[in-house]
Design a protein around this ligand. Structure first.
Ligand code: DQA
Length: 138
């Protein structure tokens, strides 16, 4: 399968950022592991701290890829634009979060991604991404 992981704001700091919540492994190290483990898939990666760049990427891949794994990070809770982009494209989107957002602050309980996603995986640390990749192997 041709898949892409899209990470939103501050996820470039994984490994350094609040390790008690998000773990101490950097995303690039994790990505290398996962690419090897699922080497029968093409797994692309894109990260941006900028909302419009995430929308541009969704539009760019959203008519040709088999699956999108999206952690929109803080934009999950604010971005009507990203929600609309998911509605506009054809490729199914699986929403992932490292932390269990429902066990955290109230403002993290709202998602503009979930109503438009194929499914949602959250709370399993970086393994949330792996479970999302597995969901596209079914
Ligand atoms: C997050 C959860 C969001 O609430 C937060 O803003 C993030 C990361 C997660 O993966 O747990 O930046 O998406």
């Amino acid at each position: 399968k041709k898949l892409i992981i899209i990470n939103g704001p501050n996820l470039n700091l994984l490994g350094k950022r609040e390790p008690a919540i998000y773990g101490s492994l950097s995303f690039t190290d994790f990505l290398e592991e996962i690419k090897q483990k699922y080497s029968n898939n093409e797994i692309d990666y894109f990260q941006s701290n900028i909302e419009g760049e995430i929308i541009n990427k969704l539009q760019e891949v959203g008519f040709s890829y088999d699956g999108i794994i999206l952690n929109a990070a803080a934009y999950t809770h604010t971005s009507v634009g990203i929600g609309d982009a998911i509605k506009a494209i054809e490729t199914p989107v699986v929403e992932v979060h490292i932390s269990n957002t429902y066990a955290r602050e109230e403002f993290r309980h709202q998602s503009y991604i979930s109503p438009n996603a194929k499914g949602v995986i959250l709370g399993f640390g970086l393994q949330s991404y792996e479970l999302a990749i597995q969901s596209f192997q079914l």
